[in-house]
Structures are given as structure tokens and as C-alpha cells.
Design a protein around this ligand. Structure first.
Ligand code: GRF
Length: 193
């Protein structure tokens, strides 16, 4: 019986798509994406979820009294769908104490750099601007900080001299789409062993 996962996304949702594809391709996939949560109801990730027939909960936080109320509503929805793990995939909000308490050690994030280098929203731009010769992808447990929390896995990516943000981003995404389904599968299997 696969374990229920919710993917949180605010943007294009290419990592969501990669997780869905991995699930579809593997009849023994240990996880099942049962819900997509978004703070941006119009984003492409929500569209992808709808197309794939996955349930969505997409609401703007400002329609709630505060962050705790917003996250409490999410937790209620997570329980409805029997969600055991949360995978952030381009979710552009800091996870607050309500979600962290409800899903302690069961929230993971993917970030486009070799953390702790280049946290924040512009990691690929920052690596290029810094003249770095390599960057990568990190999957880590989520805590209250910005792209902090224990590291689970990393993939290194060499930066070429003629790389632009677009060319480097393409390789970063390719690496992300390979790494995220693998790490999520391994985690789910480890925790239920
Ligand atoms: C990814 O690069 C991820 O590392 C970062 O946000 C981006 C989301 O991309 N946290 P997508 O929405 O999955 O295409």
C-alpha cells in the first residue's frame, strides 16, 4: 500500500510532474501523490495536478486570519487525504510552526544549489554571479529557516564557462527531476521498514 504524499508548489510544477511520472511508471512505487497544495491558485502546478486527476487545495493565504489559520486549514485537508509526507517543490512560503508540528521530520524540500551555499530564491543566479565552478541540487528536511534543515541528498553539477541562467537551470532541473522521486521513494521505504 503506497504512502500518501502531498506536494506543495507555487510555480511551474515541473518537479511535481516528475514525481507523478515516476509514480505512474513504477507499479511498485512506495508513494502516492494524493494532494497538491498551493498558495497560488492560478499557477501551472495546480493545472498539472488537475490534468493528472490529483486533488488540489489552492488558496491564497490572505483570505485567512493569519499564517496559523492558513496552515491549520491545510493540516485538516492533509488528514482528509491521509497524507504521511509533504514534499515541497517550488513552494515559495516559509513553512510555519503549525505545519512543522503536525508533520515533524516528514517535510522535505528540493533546492537548486549545494546547500548551505546559495539559499533563497535566486540560487542559480547567485551561483553564476559568484563565479562558482559547480553548483547542484539539495534535498533536505524542512525546519523553520530558509533552506536550512538536515541535508538528505545532493547532486553536483559543473558550471561551464559559457553557461547562462537558462542553460544552467535546464541542467539543474534535469538533475532535480531524477533525484526527487528517488529520494522520496528511499525515505518512504526506510521509514516504514
Ligand atoms: C526548483 O528549482 C526547486 O529546486 C526550487 O523551486 C523550483 C521549482 O521548480 N525550490 P518547478 O516548479 O518544480 O518547475
Amino acid at each position: 500500500m503506497p504512502v500518501g504524499v502531498a506536494v506543495f508548489a507555487s510555480g511551474s510544477g515541473s518537479n511535481l510532474q516528475a514525481l507523478l511520472a515516476a509514480q505512474q511508471m513504477d507499479p511498485d512505487c512506495p508513494f502516492e501523490i494524493r494532494l497538491v497544495v498551493s498558495d497560488k491558485p492560478d499557477c501551472l502546478a495546480v493545472q498539472r495536478a488537475l490534468t493528472a486527476g490529483v486533488a488540489t487545495w489552492a488558496k491564497t493565504p490572505r483570505t485567512f486570519a493569519d499564517k496559523a489559520a492558513y496552515e491549520a486549514a491545510i493540516v485538516t485537508e492533509l488528514r482528509v487525504h491521509d497524507i504521511a509526507w509533504i514534499a515541497l517543490a517550488g513552494y515559495m512560503r516559509l513553512v510555519g510552526s503549525t505545519l512543522l508540528a503536525a508533520y515533524a521530520d516528514r517535510i522535505i524540500n528540493i533546492h537548486p544549489s549545494l546547500l548551505p551555499r546559495y539559499p533563497g530564491k535566486q540560487a542559480v543566479v547567485d551561483a553564476l554571479a559568484d563565479g562558482a565552478t559547480e553548483t547542484g541540487v539539495t534535498i533536505h528536511f524542512v525546519d523553520a529557516g530558509i533552506d536550512t534543515g538536515p541535508i538528505i541528498a545532493q547532486t553536483r553539477i559543473a558550471i561551464q564557462i559559457d553557461d547562462t541562467v537558462e542553460t544552467l537551470l535546464e541542467r539543474v532541473h534535469t538533475a532535480e527531476h531524477r533525484l526527487y522521486p528517488q529520494v522520496l521513494s528511499d525515505l518512504v521505504n526506510e521509514r516504514r521498514a
